[in-house]
Each structure stands twice: as C-alpha cells, then as structure tokens.
Design a protein around this ligand. Structure first.
Ligand code: LLP
Length: 420
C-alpha cells in the first residue's frame, strides 16, 4: 500500500523516509494516515453500520487518535490515561467503551462523571464497585458484561484472552447472574454484551463461535426481560507481518452480518492492530557491522533502535520485515544478519537471520510497527523513547518529540525541587 519504493527510496505516500530521518533523526516511528484510513474503510465495508471502537492501547499517540476520531471511530479504552487521551483528541466520552479487569475507583469515577458510553464489566466485584460509585455520584452506570466464551483463538499464548483459564471476563453462567443483578439495580443500566477472545486471530471461526455464545446469552436475557442494545465482539483481527495469513475481514463481516440479521442490536468491534500496525514503520540507522569471524558466530547489524523501542520481537518472538530505506552504497556487505540494538540483553533483537546488503550509517525500516510498537516502549537502559511522525496529505509532522534525558530526570528530582 502506501509504503513503496520511489526512485530507489522507500516512501510513506509522497514523503521520503530518508528525508524524515534527516530532519527528525533516528530511531523514529513513522505512521501513514493513508494506510489507517484504508484499513478503516475495509472494516466499514466488512461490518456495515457497526460501531468501530479503536483499541487505544495499540497506538495511543494523539496525532493518531485525532486522525482515527476524524474517520468517525469511537474508542476502546482501558485506563483513565487512555480516556483523557481520547478526550484531548476530540472524542465524546459517550463513544468510548471502558475495558479491563482492574478498573480503580478513581478511574470509574472519572468515567462516570464524564459520561462514558459503556463499562465492559469483567467480574462480580467490579459490578459491585460500579454500583457503589454510581450511587455515590448519583448517576447511572451503563454496563456490558464481558463474557469469556472459552474459545481457542489459536494465537500466541500471551495474547489469547478467551479461554476459561485466562483472567478476562466471566463464564456464560456468571454473566446471567450479573445481568440479573444489574437489571434490577437502580444505578446500573444494561447496555450490551461483550467479549474479546485474543489478538492476531487469523480465521473467522473463533469469532463466530464466540458470537454464537453471546447471541445465546442475549436470547436468554431477552426472555428474562433484560434488553441488550449492542453486541461487542472485541478486536484481535489478525494482519500479515510476513507470509502468514491475515484475517479475511470481509468474510468475517459477511458471516457476522448473517448471524445478526433481524436482531435489534448494533454490532460493536474493538480493532487495534488492524488499523495501525501496517501503517507504521520504525526508522533506524546502522551504527556498526559486526561480522562473524568463525563458524558458529553470527553476524550482527547493530542499529540505534532497541528492544526498549520495539519490544515485540523480544517479548513474543514476533517477526517484522526489515528493509533498506535507500539503495546500498559501494562498500556495503551482503550477508545473513541479526539486527540488534544497543541494549545489554541477548533478547535485544529486532530481527534474526535476514539477508541484507548493508553498511554502517545506512537507514533501515522495520515494517508493520504501528501497533504495540511505541505503545510498549520503555526507558530501559535510560534510553529516551523515539520520536513519532505522522504523514498526512503529502507532508509529515512530528506528533511526539524525541525524549531526552531531561525528560526522565525531571521525574526523579527531589519533591521540594519539583514543587517549585
Ligand atoms: N479489546 C480488548 C479488550 C483488548 O484487550 C485488546 C487488545 C483489543 C481490543 C485490541 O486487540 P487488537 O485488535 O489490537 O488485536 N501487545 C500484543 C497485543 C496485546 C493485545 C492486548 N489486547 C502484541 O504486540 O501483539
């Protein structure tokens, strides 16, 4: 799509990634608004009329949130921080759903006062807390129960969430009890039913199994006189990082639409990765080449980005394509390389066993890094987080400045100094 080679240089739309690196430095995340818009359009076509609530955790940069809001999306948030971000981005709180197993009193209060669209409740204890806080604030809390449908999403164990052994949601049986409780409580209002079975799911089957469970429960609730307004099937739509199969969202959409036909409820989806992953690259520059000198040694391209900038390879063994940004220079060395960062951990790699022709000083792009890239970054090794750039309408702008050491040190100044 929008990332393509033009006159020998990788571009995001009309903008050369080499120009961005020259202006902003490296490492830098670059996001293409065109790709986000195309992915959004694919979901709109697949799920006509559905509420698309972007999962902010995938990429919470304000520039990205503003853009996604402009497309007409609502939001799926999991903390008061994310809630405040979407407000700054211009969203109405009523277009947000609040997920997560550990909502604090302060977070619930803030969401209630602002008028959140719905709380996706994950336990009986949370439902009680919600009722207490709503009564204290003399408001009514809109709720959906997050059901754990015990479906195998066939994905990496760290990102599977819909098995009964996982911490998320409640069983169908418990859900019915919670709805009975919420249905007769004066400070709770039943809005919907929700699930989210995992992330990077590549086939419709698990979604349809989960949806069938939700529809069964909603049918039982209907008989009991509890009305459900929306059915939230969560996010998790898988994309292709390399040769693997991406989820066929059109096929899923058709099957979901068929199952929902004739029902009064609105469909809600919570995509994160699907909207932003392929829209992002991490630009990084090669510091050194470290070539194998004997059998059994590996050859390393040492770059200026590290696991603190992009954790997915270290954490999940995730595969990201790595490409040169421009043509190799005369002194470049062809070989099979591990692309590693400066952090002092063996797990600090961005890619392994890649055929690349490279020289120190070259620019590389780590592809498909727009979701759970910057979002999972840290200051490990006291490294500043990368800058972020958004390409929109043929131009680029910095949407987050590079962190400097002063940013980290300022939080560690003695309290007395900080108050001044
Ligand atoms: N809704 C809920 C309740 C979620 O927990 C998540 C993601 C989503 C929606 C969005 O899922 P998505 O459409 O992005 O797959 N760090 C991992 C992914 C963790 C996903 C956590 N929950 C990774 O880098 O692969």
């Amino acid at each position: 799509m929008t990332f393509r080679v033009h006159e020998g240089v990788l571009h995001a739309g009309q903008v050369s990634l080499a120009d961005i690196a020259a202006a902003v430095g490296t490492p830098t995340y670059v996001y293409s608004s065109e790709v986000i818009a195309a992915q959004y359009a694919a979901l709109q076509a697949a799920f006509p009329g559905a509420a698309i609530c972007y999962a902010v955790k995938a990429n919470s940069n304000l520039g990205v949130l503003r853009f996604v809001h402009g497309l007409g999306a609502g939001f799926d948030i999991v903390s008061s921080g994310e809630l405040q971000r979407v407000l700054v981005a211009g969203a109405e709180p009523g277009t947000a759903v609040f997920s997560g197993v550990g909502k604090s009193v302060a977070e619930i209060d803030l969401a209630l006062k602002l008028g959140i669209g719905c709380f996706n409740v994950e336990s009986e204890a949370e439902l009680h807390r919600l009722a207490t806080q709503a009564e204290l604030l003399q408001g009514v809390a809109p709720v959906a129960v997050r059901v754990n449908p015990d479906v195998d999403a066939d994905t990496h164990p760290y990102i599977a969430t819909g098995l009964k052994e996982n911490k998320f949601g409640v069983s169908a049986e418990e859900a019915l009890e919670l709805y009975a409780l919420a249905g007769r409580h004066p400070y709770l209002e039943v809005k919907g039913i929700a699930c989210h079975i995992g992330s990077q799911i590549d086939s419709p089957g698990p979604y349809l199994e989960a949806l069938d469970r939700l529809l069964e429960i909603s049918g039982e609730l209907d008989c009991a006189g509890v009305r459900i307004e929306h059915i939230d099937v969560g996010g998790g739509f898988g994309i292709a990082y390399g040769g693997e199969r991406a989820l066929d969202v059109a096929a899923l959409g058709t099957a979901v639409t068929e199952r929902m036909a004739g029902r009064p409820q609105r469909l809600l989806i919570e995509p994160g990765r699907f909207l932003t992953a392929s829209a992002g690259v991490l630009l990084t520059r090669i510091e050194y080449l470290k070539q194998s000198r004997s059998a059994g040694q590996r050859s390393f391209v040492v770059v200026d980005a590290a696991m603190n900038d992009l954790l997915r390879p270290a954490l999940y063994g995730a595969w990201h394509a790595v490409e040169r940004v421009d043509a190799p220079s005369a002194g470049s060395v062809a070989g099979t390389w591990d692309v590693v960062g400066p952090v002092c951990e063996t797990g600090d790699f961005l890619a392994r066993d890649r055929e690349l022709t490279v020289a120190a000083g070259d620019l590389l792009a780590v592809r498909t890094a727009g979701a759970y890239g910057m979002a999972l970054s840290s200051n490990y090794n006291s490294r500043g987080r990368p800058a972020e750039v958004l390409v929109e309408d043929g131009a680029f702008r910095v949407v987050r400045h590079r962190e400097h050491i002063g940013d980290q040190l300022s939080l560690e100044r003695p309290s007395a100094e900080r108050e001044q």
